[in-house]
Design a protein around this ligand. Structure first.
Ligand SMILES: [Zn+2]
Length: 435
């Protein structure tokens, strides 16, 4: 099928974020054919979509997520990070079944499609269920199983990841990219991280890990190994592969130098999660000065509550302005670029740009709403005024996943019903045990 979408405005590639008025985008199968001005006598296509007040922009990529944590949205809010993780989240996760995770991931997919995310990097468990949900949703997924490296079964689980990756590389229709997900240096010892690095190299798998997220983590690793998380990661060999570093907040000058020299991939910042858990603000200017790529992610809904990447763009811009007291250092254009092309590039993917030959991953924002009026600066409106609920169309790999605000690929009401029923069941089980 060949499509043409005629819209009020298109955001086209340029570091400054150029805008085309009365533009059109055509695509066929999974690829953009052309982007430009509307023509009086356009080439024939199979379907024409006209959205005169629509703003077409590249879809957003979420570089760090635990999608099924939508099941734990609001479960243990306002706790300190380690208490939140060890006392609340990990015990709750131990009770989740693979079916729970399937429905939790689809709930996340509903939310992501609705708020303009076209692909996400995920770390969780029961990854067959995660991958099945991603397949059904139409989204792209860079999926890894979170590995904890201090238990007897750790090496067996690593082998299972290799088998799983081989299976899904075949089945994933190009939308699923298996990765390895050692959780963090405080949950995986250095020997195990070395094992993961060796396997990643042999199997050509990228790696997704949490690093330098909290001050407690830095202290703990100093006490245990007398090293920073970045040094541990480098010494284990993990930087020989493409590496997604979630967070990367607490970095020394030496860490920055190591990252500049060795990192292939980049840092995925999750500003809302970092703020809400009291973990700190990214050293963006220092990272930029060292040419270290930075993308955006949400983290799981248990810490961030919503997977809306428009919120992450705003939070990144606000926090950098708060940190530097120099509002011109990080602009709306920077935020948009970070959530689209920069994050895609860290994932090793050519998306995030409206240009012929690129993957057909894009979204349409309703530009007719009061809070989007007037349009002095379309990109400032998109980053500072729009929210995820302004997205009306989401297209991934050429497939329309949402049209006029309605998800077309699965029954969203059924997904909400499944998750509500499951969370009510846990609540009842907890009440029966006097919790
Ligand atoms: Zn995380």
């Amino acid at each position: 099928m060949r499509y043409r979408l005629e819209a009020g405005t298109l955001i086209v590639p340029d570091q400054d974020g150029s805008v085309i008025r009365s533009g059109q985008i055509t695509w066929e199968d999974q690829t953009i054919l052309s982007v430009g001005l509307q023509m009086p006598n356009p080439d024939p296509v199979d379907q024409v979509i006209q959205i005169p007040q629509g703003i077409v922009m590249p879809g957003l990529y979420n570089g760090h997520n635990h999608a099924a944590m939508t099941l734990l949205r609001g479960y243990a809010d306002d706790s300190p990070f380690f208490e939140w993780l060890q006392n609340h989240i990990l015990p709750a996760e131990a009770r989740l079944t693979s079916e729970d995770i399937y429905w939790g991931t689809l709930l996340a997919a509903s939310e992501m499609i609705r708020s303009g995310t076209v692909g996400f990097a995920d770390m969780y468990f029961e990854v067959d269920a995660v991958a099945e949900a991603v397949m059904r949703s139409g989204l792209r997924g860079w999926i890894s199983r979170g590995l904890v490296g201090d238990e007897d079964a750790s090496l067996k689980k690593l082998q299972q990841c290799i088998d799983w990756a081989a299976r899904w590389r075949q089945r994933g229709d190009g939308r699923i990219v298996p990765m390895l997900g050692p959780h963090a240096p405080y949950t995986c010892n250095p020997e195990y991280l070395h094992e993961v690095a060796t396997v990643a190299k042999a199997e050509d798998l990228a790696i997704h890990i949490h690093l330098a997220e909290s001050e407690d983590e830095i202290r703990l690793l100093q006490q245990r190994y007398n090293k920073s998380p970045i040094q541990i990661t480098l010494d284990s060999g993990l930087m020989d592969n493409r590496l997604l570093i979630a967070h990367g907040i607490h970095l020394s000058d030496h860490d920055l130098m190591l990252l500049q020299k060795h990192l292939i991939g980049g840092i995925i910042s999750c500003p809302v999660s970092n703020a809400k858990l009291g973990n700190g603000i990214l050293k963006l200017q220092e990272l930029r000065a060292h040419q270290i790529p930075v993308g955006l992610g949400s983290d799981g809904a248990a810490s961030t509550n919503t997977l809306d990447m428009f919120q992450e763009m705003k939070a990144m811009a606000w926090l950098q302005k708060v940190r530097t007291h120099e509002p011109h250092r990080f602009t709306a254009r920077d935020a948009l670029h970070m959530a689209t092309a920069d994050t895609a590039s860290i994932l090793g993917f050519r998306g995030g740009v409206l240009e012929a030959g690129r993957p057909a991953d894009f979204i349409v924002i309703d530009g007719s709403k009061s809070h989007m009026t007037p349009e002095w600066d379309t990109i400032a409106n998109l980053v500072y005024a729009a929210t995820g609920s302004d997205v009306s169309y989401t297209v991934v790999a050429g497939q329309i996943l949402m049209a006029e605000g309605i998800i077309t690929v699965f029954d969203e009401a059924e997904v909400r019903h499944q998750v509500t029923t499951r969370s009510n069941r846990w609540r009842q089980e907890g009440a029966n045990r006097g919790l």
